[in-house]
Design a protein around this ligand. Sequence first.
Ligand code: SF4
Length: 441
Amino acid sequence: MSEKVLEKIPGKKPRPIEGKKPAAQVLRDVVDAVYGDAWDAKQRGELVGWSSSKFPIELAKAFDLQVVYPENHAATTAAKKDGLRLCQVAEDAGYDNDICGYARISLAFALGEPTDSRKMPQPDFVLCCNNICNMMTKWYENIARIHDIPMIMIDIPYQNTIDVPEEKVDYLMGQFEYAIKELEKLTGKKFDESKFQEACDIANRTAAAWLKACSYMKYKPSPLSGFDLFNHMADIVAARCDVRAAEGFELLSEEFEQSVREGTSTWQYPEEHRILFEGIPCWPALRPLFEPLKNKGVNVTAVVYAPAFGFRYETVREMAAAYCKAPCSVCIEDGVEWRETMAKENGISGALVNFNRSCKPWSGAMPEISRRWKEDLDIPVVYFDGDQADERNFSVEQYKTRVQGLVEIMEERKQDRIAKGEEIYTNFENTKETDWSKTTI
Ligand code: SF4
């Protein structure tokens, strides 16, 4: 394989929308504002909570509660290369090295270990939902124990079928009622139906705008890289019910739309290959993850992690069903269908899977899900050992060789297809129009 490193294409750089700040800046400001609002609330003597990223936060917004997100905090801490130190602090306190890195970082922080990166107030209550994974339950119980504070739990068991059964929705509706009673006790306020409805409306607007922004990876060439979406995830996690996030994502879509018209892209390199990147990125190693791809013109145009936060619904029962659909809690058939639909719409010719040591439920499903891709999509799939937060579990050199292997296979297949006059990417349809008012992942 040629060792040639690709150069940036001159004139590719996108520009902000005339008279507006760049969307990336707007979205960074929104996250800063969410954490700033939490600090202000703390200083006023109000309650501040910690929430798991897929807790139905609309319920807490009906009580005007300020909430921050340990997963987001842990990812930021890891990206600033301070995660390993906190993981070590948690391990010294007795937490096992095999527990998810986010949990170890968060538990160390809850125990009082300061971080160099984003500061967030310590919690007065925790909101936990195990649709993410079951480890979350024990993680949040430990935080509640450390601070001697209440924990409000929504239990969403693993989903064995594609459709969410009505009995499961009933089970969740009962839990929503219980959570509301607990929140009433906690705050001394009555549940405010109109504030709840407003939070739901904003959450849906944010989700629609986010999913629309994610959808621009279907264009060839793509006006963005999947790595851009990783950078914007803090907003969809921490500010789903915040109108500023909805506006930020709408602006982001406007920018992508403009880029498609003008032929610019945040991916400023030749797009020799397009791939699906599977799993949570290794936050402390974003550059080492990106560089080998960039050098070979491999753009990431499909990621499941980002759009998985786009919850859409119209009624409370639909909201309950929507929260059942998280990557680690849906059945294999759903998992395959999500990824294969995206792979086809966004046109890919290979996949790179992060066997993420921290996230065992996700990684555990990948051998079967990726076996199905090979069968259904006829694409090469390459795996590397990584970790979203604990640098000890990621080897740059192993990663580079895996990327090189993937590029060699994709290049050979590309040349074969070109010789036969065939479409290079899997069932690529880049002109498909989607009704974003109805779409959910
Ligand atoms: S990264 Fe995986 S193991 Fe860790 S909290 Fe998220 S879903 Fe759970």
